[in-house]
Design a protein around this ligand. Structure first.
Ligand SMILES: [Zn+2]
Length: 61
C-alpha cells in the first residue's frame, strides 16, 4: 500500500508515513506555515519530518 505525502506530494511506501505528536509541536507549526490546510492527522513522510526537524537543531521539549 502506498501513501502520498501531503507535504512533498511524493508517493512512497506506507511504512514511511509518520503522524506527529505534541512533542513535535514546533515542527507542526512550521508545516502549517508552508502548507496551509495541512493537519497533523494527515501525516507526512520521514524525509519531510527530518527536514522540518532540522530547522530546530537545538530545541528541546
Ligand atoms: Zn514528504
Amino acid at each position: 500500500m502506498d501513501f502520498q505525502c501531503p507535504v512533498c506530494n511524493k508517493i512512497m511506501p506506507y511504512d514511511l508515513k509518520l503522524i506527529l505528536s505534541h512533542s513535535d509541536e514546533h515542527v507542526i507549526e512550521q508545516i502549517k506555515i508552508k502548507k496551509p490546510g495541512w493537519v497533523e492527522q494527515d501525516g507526512l513522510c520521514k524525509r519531510c519530518h527530518e527536514y522540518f526537524k532540522s530547522q530546530f537543531p537545538d530545541r528541546k521539549g
